[in-house]
Design a protein around this ligand. Structure first.
Ligand SMILES: Nc1ncnc2c1ncn2[C@@H]1O[C@H](COP(=O)(O)OP(=O)(O)OP(=O)(O)O)[C@@H](O)[C@H]1O
Length: 297
């Protein structure tokens, strides 16, 4: 099972440019959280700060009782080892074939023999639908395959926390939908804590358990998907439900909440809340289709 990450009062600036201030949220263990925001809101900076690639000006990132933003070097390396990341472009080495790209983190660790490395790499390639493409170079792959290869490499060390930076960027809607389903399936398969940053509203509405909205240097709201999708907060409504910040909110109220994507096959996701529970608890009518399946089904 993945680990919980507690972000407390995080602030990041570059010189005099404040990117975001006083961000606090809890990423639930084993669940999918999506951070949504317009281009330039600082989503990628947030991911890079979360995994220790950038140092925050203030605040804490608590994981397993340690503060990633303020700990000794050994603890820092141990905490960094909990993360796997899918970079926007897949982050593959252009001169290495797919097999060697995916094997790279294992070889860097230098703890596993080649036979074991082969077993692990082939298992991840199978999981991501990449078997047969072992000898291809990244430049010979479609955008979708490059993303999946980047994901196989991100998963090769069985991380507890997986970060996705704009997984749909550069993909057409069909490939984005395929990748979204894959994310949900992989979350069920690995049980790791997933954090997805995106400006794709469809992804934010259907993939996560929780949604956060970064807008104008602050985290406007973070909470269960259904809470944000039924929120009356104008910025949240404008962004998540009408799609255009600054446009008039829909006078008829938020549009229906779409069903959450469920894992395909026999995979099971264990989440804290069944679809529809939250809006029912608020005495709102769940939208048609929302109450499909129970938590863990
Ligand atoms: N290393 C850096 N040094 C200085 N400024 C930076 C650095 N990295 C990012 N920024 C600035 O931080 C701001 C937020 O960038 P970021 O890439 O996090 O946005 P984003 O929300 O991920 O946007 P997009 O959706 O377009 O990827 C931008 O103004 C960017 O120029």
């Amino acid at each position: 099972m993945g680990v919980e990450v507690v972000v407390d009062g995080l602030t990041k600036s570059f010189g005099r440019q404040v990117i975001w201030e006083d961000v606090s949220l809890t990423l639930p263990a084993g669940e999918i959280s999506v951070l949504l925001g317009p281009s330039g809101a600082g989503k990628s900076v947030f991911l890079r700060t979360l995994m220790g690639l950038l140092r925050p000006d203030r605040g804490h990132i608590w994981i397993d009782g340690h503060d990633l933003a303020d700990c000794d070097e050994n603890t820092f390396h141990e905490l960094r080892g909990l993360f796997g990341v899918l970079f926007q472009d897949g982050g593959l080495f252009g001169s290495l074939n797919l097999y060697d790209n995916i094997a790279f983190p294992l070889r860097q660790q230098a703890t596993a023999a080649e036979a074991r490395i082969r077993q692990i790499v082939m298992a991840k390639m199978e999981l991501l639908g990449l078997l047969g493409a072992e000898r291809k170079l990244p430049g010979q792959l479609s955008g979708g395959m490059r993303k999946r290869a980047g994901l196989a490499r991100a998963l090769v060390l069985d991380p507890e926390i997986v970060l996705f930076d704009e997984p749909g960027s550069g993909l057409d809607p069909v490939r984005t939908a395929y990748l979204n389903q894959l994310i949900v399936n992989l979350n069920a398969e690995t049980g790791a804590t997933f954090v997805v940053v995106t400006h794709d509203v469809d992804t934010a509405r259907t993939v996560p358990d929780s949604i956060g909205l970064l807008f104008r240097r602050e985290l406007v709201m973070f909470g269960p998907r259904e809470m944000l999708l039924s929120s009356d907060e104008p910025v949240v409504r404008q962004f998540l439900n009408a799609g255009m910040p600054g446009s008039d909110p829909d006078p008829g109220g938020p549009p229906p909440i779409p069903p959450r994507l469920m894992p395909s096959g026999n995979r099971i996701r264990h989440t804290r809340q069944a679809p529809g529970d939250l809006v029912r608890g608020q005495r709102r009518d769940p939208a048609a289709g929302i109450v499909r399946g129970r938590a863990g089904t």
